[in-house]
Ligand binder design. Structure first.
Ligand SMILES: Cc1cc2nc3c(=O)[nH]c(=O)nc-3n(C[C@H](O)[C@H](O)[C@H](O)COP(=O)(O)OP(=O)(O)OC[C@H]3O[C@@H](n4cnc5c(N)ncnc54)[C@H](O)[C@@H]3O)c2cc1C
Length: 375
């Protein structure tokens, strides 16, 4: 039977970062991921620069990829009122296809073990975990990090509160060829029932990723008619889409995106990334939070494994505290934005107000982004 010191459920950004960090500290880490790399994911693909110093420390070389450097946010309302502001820290554009794959290759180089299977059950008993996989394998480990994303079968098994509630949000994404999108700009453009983000990826394709209320989407028969009848109501998006060629045969989509409160430690599993809490994508900072929370988790797990006086309870309490200190305010703001988006009139009012005030927009960016993550 496989028995790593740390088992990580899910090899997205949070899981791969925690794996890299702990393996660099000499720990035996196993990641169980249900999908093979590389693969596309529903995501806006704008990454805040706050993660750069830490990624560099982990050995993730991003400068060599000549990634689009993003320093400007361009916002437009449904009626096409536009505003641009400089992003204080800025960021870069990279597809999840390339980003996750890059981290996976580095994790392999650092000796992280991978099993490609779905984790079906996690049981905590006698101070250790028994983890059952779809491949019928079983793994025993003294620490489990949950980094399995927004929602998963594991949440059902653990009966987490948020999974019992339905969420109205749907995410849709596709890459396009369109030579007119400026490489230094991330766009946020609203339309009835949602908004879409535009940003360039490493290959020069433009990622168009939307968050939309399912009830607004289901009135249309497919994505083409959704774009024509709903998204095109924003003249900026109409201009972009009518001149763009899709690169994917089929758009990617995910339903039931929940912004409900979650716990950073549950059933002794140390949760990080979206599994601990998903910030509203309008804040554009979920990936940075996933990476940052993985760093915090890796540090506390390492202490637990190394320091005899640092008990499991110390680890759990300390991580929970750090998570709250670093992310609670941002998540709270994101949740208020979500409430606003649920009510079309208020959302339009909010977008119009933001489109009229650089001061307000800058304050929103400041309050939903962190500072550079350093060791
Ligand atoms: C519409 C939308 C747009 C967004 N845009 C942006 C943006 O522009 N910038 C930004 O910073 N953030 C953005 N985000 C947020 C960002 O995508 C997430 O915060 C980030 O992906 C979190 O990473 P993660 O590692 O926690 O989860 P994920 O990347 O989802 O990784 C979870 C992994 O776990 C695996 N998994 C799940 N269940 C199991 C199981 N049972 N067994 C094994 N493996 C399992 C999955 O296959 C997956 O690989 C956006 C989110 C949405 C919904």
């Amino acid at each position: 039977m496989n028995s790593p010191e740390v088992l990580i459920i899910g090899g997205g950004l949070a899981g791969l970062t925690a794996a890299l960090d702990l393996s660099k500290k000499g720990k035996k880490v196993l990641v169980v991921e249900k999908n093979k790399y590389p693969n596309h994911k529903v995501c806006g693909e704008y990454v805040s620069n706050e993660v750069k110093p830490y990624l560099t420390q982990l050995g993730v070389i991003l400068d060599g990829l000549e990634l689009p450097k993003i320093d400007t946010l361009h916002l437009s309302t449904q009626k096409g009122k536009q505003i641009s502001v400089k992003l204080p820290l800025g960021g870069f554009g990279i597809s999840r296809y390339a980003f996750d794959h890059q981290l996976y290759l580095l994790a392999m180089e650092n000796g992280v073990g991978f099993i490609f299977a779905t984790v079906e059950n996690v049981q905590y008993k006698d101070d250790r975990f028994l983890v059952k996989l779809s491949s019928k394998e079983e793994v025993i480990s003294s620490v489990v990090i949950g980094a399995y994303g927004k929602r998963s079968n594991i949440d059902m098994k653990l009966k987490r509160d948020f999974i019992q509630q339905k969420s109205p949000w749907l995410g849709i994404k596709c890459h396009y060829v369109n030579n007119s999108h400026p490489s230094n700009v991330v766009g946020l453009h609203s339309f009835p029932g949602g908004y879409g983000g535009l940003s360039l990826t490493e290959k020069g394709d433009v990622n168009f990723c939307c968050l939309v209320k399912y009830e607004n989407f289901k009135k249309e028969k497919d994505i083409a008619s959704f774009n024509k009848n709903v998204v095109y109501q924003n003249p900026v998006l109409k201009d972009f889409l009518s001149r763009a060629t899709p690169k994917f045969e089929k758009h990617l989509s995910i339903a039931q995106i929940s912004f409900e409160k979650k716990q950073a430690v549950y059933n002794h599993i140390v949760m990080c990334g979206d599994t601990a809490g998903l910030i509203h994508p309008l804040c554009g900072n979920g990936m940075a939070m996933a990476i940052h929370s993985a760093k915090l988790a890796a540090e506390q797990v390492f202490r637990f494994l190394e320091e005899p006086d640092f008990s499991r309870m110390d680890m759990e309490k300390s991580y929970q505290k750090l998570w709250t200190k670093n992310f609670n305010k941002r998540i709270w703001i994101g949740r208020q934005l979500q409430q606003l988006m649920l009510h079309t009139k208020w959302f339009n009012f909010g977008m119009n107000t933001a489109a009229n005030s650089k001061v307000l927009l800058r304050s929103l960016i400041r309050n939903t982004h962190g500072t550079p993550i350093l060791n």
